[in-house]
Design a protein around this ligand. Structure first.
Ligand SMILES: Cc1cc2nc3c(=O)[nH]c(=O)nc-3n(C[C@H](O)[C@H](O)[C@H](O)COP(=O)(O)OP(=O)(O)OC[C@H]3O[C@@H](n4cnc5c(N)ncnc54)[C@H](O)[C@@H]3O)c2cc1C
Length: 264
């Protein structure tokens, strides 16, 4: 059993093809989609004249107008590990996205599962001891339930394939005993418009610390790839007014260094 923390990796993102200068800058796709809306240009000529400078201008113009559909044409795929099932459940509430998550039905965690420990619990000696005790107990109970079910299902069965199927059947039900703290891994694909909404909700101090950490890592990553699209991304208070009213935390979320540098 190992304690884990969130790590986000960029696995893929949209790239244009057939640009005049061979650029792979995804913002060219956004600019081309925007250009199509406002010009007579044929599709095959959309990239003409769209160098990085023109692309930046176009993307900024779309952003200032609030014309968001062109940014739906670029997507980002992230691999996320070291997060709890609690966090992954919050992530998948964002419906305009695609997900693939490690299965607790098919991945056998009997040898041990990894878990996430909240900072507040880690910093409280008594809470930490109780937490670790509970993780160990959960592990034992999970193993015992799995074994009890395997023993029942495989009685008198010798065929290896059949036994393997029955082990999976046992895992299907014993996983109900696993804690929310259990580590999971998930691949997430979101388009840029969904990401802006995700950052607005999840970089906010009112979001829970774990998904906030994930959102901040994702924002750091996409700022490298599409800095103009995500120039104003983040919690609403970073560049505007807090919409939370009485629920407001009263603290402004600082912009990312990459956003500050871009504004200079
Ligand atoms: C601080 C915080 C606390 C939360 N607490 C709770 C809670 O206590 N309980 C709870 O259940 N959830 C809670 N949530 C989750 C929240 O309600 C959303 O389900 C989640 O954040 C996903 O956001 P979304 O719907 O905007 O994203 P997406 O599902 O990606 O949707 C993006 C946007 O598309 C539009 N859209 C998508 N589907 C529909 C639809 N069916 N009808 C109309 N428009 C649609 C909306 O404009 C939406 O904003 C919380 C979220 C946060 C950030």
């Amino acid at each position: 059993m190992e304690e884990k923390s969130a790590k986000v990796y960029l696995l893929a993102h949209t790239m244009p093809v057939n640009t005049i200068d061979g650029s792979k800058n995804p913002e060219r796709v956004v600019a081309a989609a925007g250009k199509l809306c406002y010009s007579k240009s044929d599709v095959m000529n959309l990239y003409n004249g769209l160098d990085d400078e023109a692309t930046e201008k176009f993307v900024n113009m779309l952003s200032s107008m609030g014309h968001q559909s062109p940014i739906e044409h670029i997507s980002f795929t992230f691999g996320i590990e070291g997060i709890s099932r609690t966090c992954s459940h919050q992530i998948v509430r964002h419906r305009i996205a695609s997900y693939s998550q490690q299965s607790q039905r098919y991945v056998d965690l009997q040898n041990s599962f990894n878990y996430i420990i909240p900072e507040a619990i880690k910093n409280n000696e008594k809470a930490k001891l109780l937490y670790e005790k509970s993780m160990l107990a959960d592990m034992d109970v999970y193993k015992e339930i799995t074994q009890a079910l395997i023993d029942e299902y495989t009685q008198g069965i010798t065929d290896k394939k059949e036994i393997s199927k029955l082990i999976k059947k046992a895992l299907e039900d014993s996983r109900f005993a696993l804690p929310n703290a259990c580590e999971t891994k998930i691949i997430v694909t979101m388009n840029a418009r969904t990401l802006l909404n995700f950052f607005k909700e999840r970089c906010c101090n009112r979001a829970q610390w774990e998904i906030r950490d994930v959102a901040n890592q994702m924002l750091d990553i996409v700022l490298d790839v599409a800095p103009n699209v995500f120039a104003n991304a983040g919690a609403p208070c970073t560049f505007g007014k807090c919409p939370e009213g009485q629920m407001s935390c009263g603290k402004r979320v600082e912009p990312k260094i990459k956003q500050i540098i871009r504004r200079k």
